[in-house]
Design a protein around this ligand. Structure first.
Ligand code: ATP
Ligand code: MG
Length: 264
């Protein structure tokens, strides 16, 4: 299949923000678990050499025979490299440190930004949702994610510098949209680690809504220690402690995503 053809089947979303530690991985694994909970067939792709999303679904990144690295270098298909997270109820295409080398190894390769899209198109009909956890950079890895996605989910903390970083991401998404992937759009901005008692967070949240309107998801993810504890048990919060406030919010968010994309 040519890389230029639109993907059929699954809706593909990147969880991206080049700022580090803003809740991308927490959002990816919990949204995946939330979607699985409401009956969706999900593949989660870890596109970060840190491999946090892989570990956060109970998959030991050090023991993986095949990862997204092999897929990007075309030495394996997703069908061969994916593994099932039984506890979480979805499939995982994992990553580990090896992936850090892909950037350099892809330099010589033709259409290197389309590698993931080509691979994803072969399994797209197996899933309703494919979620991609991006690294904290606007690198070739992130570009591969953006080139194969229908949309981007941007988790952000409502802090002073949050809006500043957003400009670079929005510009990158615009460029990818214009030159490489007409399907790509920002699906929404997700307010995470939110503490309503902090006035500044309320103010930034209001600014976000004033500036981006409907693009801000209605669901707000609270700061909740259970979400931070869950990865050490190899589980998303949604699976680890379904009754925690943060977990309930992520299941609400999964529902909001299902409704939002039905309108696209
Ligand atoms: P990186 O840029 O390094 O990939 P990231 O954007 O993926 O980071 P996470 O790893 O998801 O960010 O989150 C950063 C830290 O914040 C983690 O320790 C995580 O457990 C914690 N965290 C994320 N969301 C919440 C939340 N809603 N409440 C409390 N802690 C959270
Ligand atoms: Mg991460």
């Amino acid at each position: 299949m040519s890389a230029a053809q639109p993907l059929r089947g699954a809706r593909v979303f990147c969880v991206a923000n080049q700022k580090g530690g803003v809740g991308k991985t927490t959002t990816t694994v919990n949204l995946a678990a939330g979607l699985a909970k409401v009956g969706q067939r999900v593949l989660m792709i870890d596109l970060d050499p840190q491999g946090n999303a892989t570990m956060g679904c109970g998959i030991d990144k050090r023991k993986l025979a095949l990862t997204v690295y092999d897929v990007l270098l075309e030495s394996a298909s997703i069908m061969e490299a994916r593994v099932r997270s039984e506890k979480c109820g979805f499939d995982v295409l994992g990553a580990n440190r090896e992936l850090a080398g892909a950037e350099v190894e892809l330099v010589e390769v033709e259409r290197r930004d389309q590698r993931l899209k080509l691979a994803v198109s072969a399994v797209s009909s197996d899933y309703d949702f494919i979620l991609i956890d991006c690294p904290p950079s606007l690198s070739m890895l992130t570009l591969n994610g953006l080139c194969c996605a229908h949309g981007v989910i941007v988790p952000m903390q409502c802090e002073y510098f949050a809006l500043e970083g957003l400009t670079d991401l929005v510009n990158t998404i615009k460029q990818v949209h214009a030159n490489m992937n007409k399907d790509l759009q920002i699906i929404g901005l997700l307010r995470v680690m939110f503490d309503p008692r902090i006035t500044l967070q309320q103010q930034v949240s209001d600014q976000l809504k004033a500036h981006f309107g409907d693009k801000v998801f209605n669901t707000v993810i609270p700061r909740n220690v259970r979400l931070a504890e869950a990865p050490s048990y190899g589980l998303p919060g949604v699976v680890f402690d379904p009754a925690a406030r943060g977990s309930i919010a992520y299941v609400d968010f999964a529902q909001e995503m299902v409704e939002r994309i039905a309108k696209l």
